[in-house]
Design a protein around this ligand. Structure first.
Ligand code: ATP
Length: 353
């Protein structure tokens, strides 16, 4: 289905040319993006890049200096937070410490004067969905981090918002629990079919959870796409480095390809710059005993790291990471051939500014 700009504005959350300054500092510079209804969208980027500021503007907790926000075709740029069909789960969870789990979840409906029967029905449904039924009578200090996180989610979801905003909601959890909650969150979002917008600086979290993601840097969106596309085809060096996905090889343009520390490498693509970077994923480098036809590099294996489903080789000259499943005849000290095939080499946009 093709989507014209008009249908995009009609059908989802659209952010158009949003700018936000704190005195002289530009926290957001001309940010535009579209989130489709029912989509799990992630804002990913390093600390201070403007993710939370953008989330707070969507929530109505902060006003943009310029630009517009549309939700379902309506301009909500100046609509107060309370009137938006949007709820936020904060990093700190912000639970009321003296209220029980049940009362925390019911709070929003009570203050909006919902009838008692409706409150009971909705709260019980959400507690059950998030596996909190047995904890309904506890207070926040009697809960683990993961349980508090689920209460915060239940409290936001009980209001049945069109859009749920999640500001690093998993940062307080340990690594194992975080992996579990990421999957739970993804499943929950699919089941509910609501729009979730997640803020995180954790690339693995973004890849697990998102239908689509935007990578941000210095108040701007650098690349938007589904996780596979961003992971496989980082647009520039910043994205490739931030996602930690590729070997980045400095190079100079020469006829037919580039000159690198590994010698001449033929490329399929045109190189638009004199000096720049080409990238190759560790698992896309082929390992062999004989020189390949094109782009062969002779290296010595210095170390082998077991990664569960594959092995990572460290080689000299380097740095070059190689991931392979066929390690058996390779020992440290051994010389091997690597093929950096032209079709696997990506020319990265220059972002050295
Ligand atoms: P983190 O991952 O660390 O939470 P972030 O990407 O969410 O970072 P923001 O919180 O959006 O970043 O902040 C973006 C920039 O704006 C930061 O440099 C921050 O210092 C600045 N900033 C945010 N709020 C204010 C404020 N109220 N006054 C001045 N500067 C601010």
């Amino acid at each position: 289905m093709s989507r014209s700009p008009e249908t995009i504005i009609e059908n989802g959350l659209a952010i158009r040319n949003v700018c936000k300054h704190y005195e002289d500092f530009a926290a957001l510079e001309d940010v535009s993006l579209h989130v489709a209804p029912g989509e799990f969208f992630t804002l990913l980027g390093p600390s201070g890049c403007g993710k939370t500021t953008l989330l707070r503007i969507i929530a109505g907790l902060e006003l943009a200096d310029s630009g517009q926000i549309f939700s379902g075709g309506k301009d909500i740029t100046r609509l107060p937070a309370i009137k938006r069909q949007v709820n936020t789960v904060f990093q700190s969870y912000a639970l009321f410490p003296h209220l029980t789990v049940w009362e925390n979840v019911a709070f929003g409906l009570r203050s909006r004067k919902f009838p008692a029967g409706e409150i009971k029905r909705r709260v019980e449904r959400r507690l059950e969905m998030l596996d909190l039924g047995a904890l309904a009578g506890r207070q926040p200090h009697q809960l683990s981090g993961g349980q508090k996180q689920r209460v915060a989610l239940a409290r936001a979801l009980v209001n049945e918002p069109d859009v749920l905003l999640l500001d690093e909601p998993m940062s307080a959890l340990d690594a194992r629990l975080r992996a579990q909650v990421q999957e739970d969150l993804r499943r929950l979002q699919r089941k509910l079919g609501r729009t979730f917008i997640l803020v995180t600086h954790d690339q693995a979290e973004a890849l697990v959870c998102s239908d689509r993601m935007a990578v941000m840097r210095d108040g701007q969106i650098v690349q938007t796409g589904d996780p596979e596309a961003v992971y496989d085809y980082p647009k520039n060096r910043f994205v490739a480095e931030f996602l930690g996905v590729a070997n980045l090889i400095p190079c100079t343009r020469v006829p037919g390809g580039v000159q690198t520390a590994f010698g001449f490498l033929a490329l399929e693509q045109e190189v638009p710059w004199e000096k720049g970077t080409v990238a190759i994923r560790p698992e896309w480098i082929r390992v062999g005993e004989h020189p390949p036809e094109r782009n062969g590099v002779r290296v010595r294996v210095t170390d082998i790291v077991y990664r569960g489903t594959s092995f990572e080789l460290w080689v000299e000259p380097g740095p070059l990471r190689v991931r392979t499943s066929s390690y058996r005849r390779i020992n440290p000290g051994r010389e091997i051939w690597l093929e950096l095939a032209p079709e696997e080499l990506q020319v990265l946009e220059d972002d050295t500014n």
